[in-house]
Write a protein that binds this ligand. Structure first.
Ligand code: FCX
Length: 441
């Protein structure tokens, strides 16, 4: 069985040649124009970044290397151990393989990757020491990024660069780091979870896959929760390149900062409430409804949710979990989580609330008239599923997103270096420039 490193090594020369040919044939063609609105408005829709691993269609949602989420659920290897169902969710390692290589792996190939990741997982002693010294009331995302930055002492790429490695070899060292980062993130994440909410003890079961073992490290021992974690970790991996966490990783990596530092920067972007932190905000918002209705002796139903939604909007706040910069329909990452809930927890109280929110919210946001997309995104469903299994520490939810997003952002970072992509450095302009330039037209 070929390892992932061998498969990638065999792909690189052809990919490099393909990109050179693309540049040679089409390098001077125009992909689009940039309006003043786009320049001021966060570069929405500006096509200025190459991204190999996934593509986001405004109507259809995400495709990982051309495959939709239902396609992935059909074709990617699943966990078929004694505690898992036959037709379970894809293994995170199988999606990692797909994103890196663009090939659907066999179960044997996936098993080699699982074993490799388990072998690489141990944290340097000082990282655990630093994590243990952090105050328990420090936000878990802050702890997460500190932990990953601290683990950077192990960067093979940083060491090779300092030793004078040639550019043509960068991607080999970067791959080494990427595999180590993906392997070590659950260790960092679980240490934080167990430190902040429990006794600090992390137990493992490396006879399981990446997600199953991660669940044990967090302290969960339920095959159904393992399945949720597999689905969760798969669907949060990648969402093309423009989202803030992936883009930040790509940007910082373009300075030849190593994968540890690049992805730690991406995590800082993920920690923002308009991005990954929205999954925490959703739970907080639902609890706000519960508290208010309990205090007023009212039921939670379409009418009271509508009332609470308008209170939020009138207070000039966003409804977390709704809207998207690119999507214009219900996020398929929402839909697959909804299907998981229908299968595993159809009578769950919180799931029913989320469903009622889904029934009324698009209409309210349309009437409100601001958001270009009144439909739910991934974050509006993920917390409710975790809550069902007793995972109620919602300030921690974005860390789970962060474990997963590494797999997409870092798979792309491999290709960034393998294809020799340059320092990213777009041109900024002053308001005076825009004014003068436009007045001359
Ligand atoms: N509630 C209230 N107002 C919203 C809204 C929402 N859920 N979504 C968008 N709007 C508002 C914007 O704030 C903006 O108002 P403004 O003109 O006063 O600045 C207006 O509608 C137009 O925004 P729009 O172009 O539709 O959306 P953007 O591309 O600017 O922003 C995000 C996209 C995702 C940031 C926005 O929809 C939002 O704030 N949603 C809530 C937070 C959230 O769920 N984020 C997670 C997104 C994602 F899935 C992820 O990264 O994890």
């Amino acid at each position: 069985v070929q390892t992932i490193s061998e498969v990638l090594a065999s792909q690189v020369p052809q990919k490099q040649a393909d990109l050179l040919a693309l540049k040679k044939e089409h390098g001077s063609k125009v992909l689009g124009e940039v309006t003043v609105d786009q320049c001021i408005g966060g570069a929405r829709g500006v096509k200025c970044m190459l991204w190999e691993t996934s593509n986001l269609d405004a109507e259809e949602g995400i495709r990982f290397r051309g495959l939709t989420i239902p396609d992935c659920q059909q074709v990617l290897p699943t966990f078929k151990g004694p505690s898992g169902p036959e037709n379970g969710e894809p293994l995170l390692e199988s999606l990692f393989w797909l994103l890196l290589t663009s090939e659907v792996p066999t179960k044997e190939q996936v098993d080699t990757l699982t074993a490799d990741l388990h072998k690489r997982a141990e944290l340097p002693g000082h990282v655990v020491g630093i994590l243990n010294s952090l105050p328990k009331d420090m936000h878990p995302m802050t702890q997460f990024t500190i932990g990953l930055n601290a683990a950077q002492t192990g960067s093979a790429f940083a060491a090779a660069y300092q030793a004078g490695a040639p550019k043509s070899s960068y991607h080999d060292y970067v791959l080494e780091d990427i595999l180590n980062v993906v392997a070590q993130l659950p260790e960092i994440a679980a240490t934080i979870y167990r430190n902040v909410y429990f006794d600090g003890v992390v137990e493992k079961d490396t006879s399981l896959d990446y997600s199953g073992n991660f669940c044990r490290m967090l302290g969960y021992n339920d095959p159904s929760f393992d399945e949720l974690m597999r689905l969760y970790l798969c669907i949060h991996t990648d969402h093309e390149g423009g989202n803030a966490s992936a883009h930040t990783t790509h940007l910082v990596g373009s300075t030849l900062s190593d994968p540890y530092l690049s992805y730690a920067a991406g995590l800082n972007a993920l920690a923002g409430p308009l991005h990954g932190l929205a999954n925490q905000e959703v739970l907080g918002w639902i609890q706000g409804i519960q508290k208010k209705m309990a205090a007023e002796g009212k039921e939670i139903n379409a009418e009271t949710i509508t009332e609470f939604t308008w209170d939020t909007l009138n207070a000039k706040k966003v409804i977390p979990g709704y809207g998207h910069a690119v999507l214009r329909k219900t996020d398929p990452r929402y839909t697959c989580q909804r299907e998981f809930a229908l299968k595993h927890m159809p009578d769950d109280e919180l799931f029913k609330i989320v469903n009622t929110i889904y029934e009324v919210m698009p209409g309210i946001l349309t009437e409100h008239g601001k958001t270009k997309n009144p439909y739910p995104n991934v974050d509006s469903h993920s917390g409710v599923l975790l809550w069902h299994y007793g995972f109620t520490q919602f300030q921690y939810y974005t860390v789970l997103f962060g474990v997963s997003r590494a797999v997409g952002a870092l798979s792309q970072l491999y290709w960034d270096r393998a294809l020799g992509l340059p320092l990213e450095r777009p041109k900024s302009v002053t308001p005076e420039f825009i004014k003068n330039f436009c007045e001359k037209q």
